[in-house]
Design a protein around this ligand. Structure first.
Ligand code: SF4
Length: 245
């Protein structure tokens, strides 16, 4: 049996960086309370390992002790949340991936300039919740590719995507918007790691009889790789560990 492994299989830059930041912080503040707001990355096995080393994972800011250390996950957080943590006297270690910071700043700028921001993304994903908070007023809509834009009124729109969205879907969305507004500005905010892995998954899925995608079930990136692979390969498995094979 021949086994092919994707050249770029493994953690992306943003995930590696976040894990390293947690490990360094736990070491530096050993014996003190170190929190992460939500899961630092969407990989249950890694999160469990970090919890065993002392990381405290909480969902709400209310559960964070005053004057403690809080690590912001790779998906980012809203400006309001950061301000609330500062008010509690917390030391903030910001592990937001630089690829997520880019759409945050674009949304802030474009919405302030009066553009309606159209964001392709999953409304429930922490990255998207954080991104929405950077928009000024009501100048943002989170959409999927099947959205009906019939009732949408705006002269100028800015279009961008959650960093882990599928490129084909983004292109489809942009094409569906052309001709509907006076001005459309398109920002390619799908991160390089996502692009490369999606391209590799598509290529590999066409070459093999069985495709195995390994990653967290709650990871948007992994789910997208699985979904893309099913378009090109009849047998695709999404697993978290080798025990599931
Ligand atoms: S934005 Fe890209 S590089 Fe950053 S954590 Fe997400 S997938 Fe990884």
């Amino acid at each position: 049996m021949e086994i092919k492994v994707a050249k770029n299989a493994g953690y992306c830059f943003g995930v590696k960086r976040a894990i390293e930041m947690v490990e360094e912080t736990l070491k530096k503040y050993e014996g003190n309370r170190v929190y992460s707001l939500g899961e630092i990355i969407h990989n249950p096995q890694v999160v469990e390992r970090l919890k065993r080393r002392g990381l405290i994972v909480v969902r709400d800011i209310e559960d964070v002790e005053e004057n403690s250390t809080v690590i912001i996950s790779a998906h980012g957080r809203s400006e309001e949340d950061i301000a609330r943590l500062k008010k509690k006297g917390c030391r903030i270690v910001n592990a937001t991936c630089p690829y997520v910071r880019l759409p945050q700043s674009i949304i802030k700028k474009m919405s302030s300039e009066g553009y309606l921001v159209i964001l392709l993304g999953d409304r429930e994903h922490p990255e998207v919740k954080g991104l929405v908070s950077f928009a000024k007023g009501e100048n943002i809509r989170v959409v999927n590719t099947n959205e009906d834009f019939g009732g949408l009124e705006a002269d100028k729109v800015a279009v961008l995507a959650q960093t882990t969205q599928n490129r084909e879907d983004f292109n489809k969305l942009v094409n569906s918007l052309l001709g509907r507004f006076t001005e459309i500005r398109v920002f390619d905010t799908i991160c390089d790691a996502t692009k490369i892995r999606q391209e590799e998954a598509i290529k590999l899925a066409q070459e093999v009889d069985l495709m195995i995608v390994i990653g967290g079930r709650n990871s948007a990136n992994t789910k997208r790789l699985y979904e893309l692979s099913t378009r090109y390969c009849k047998r695709v498995l999404h697993i978290e560990t080798e025990k599931e094979i």
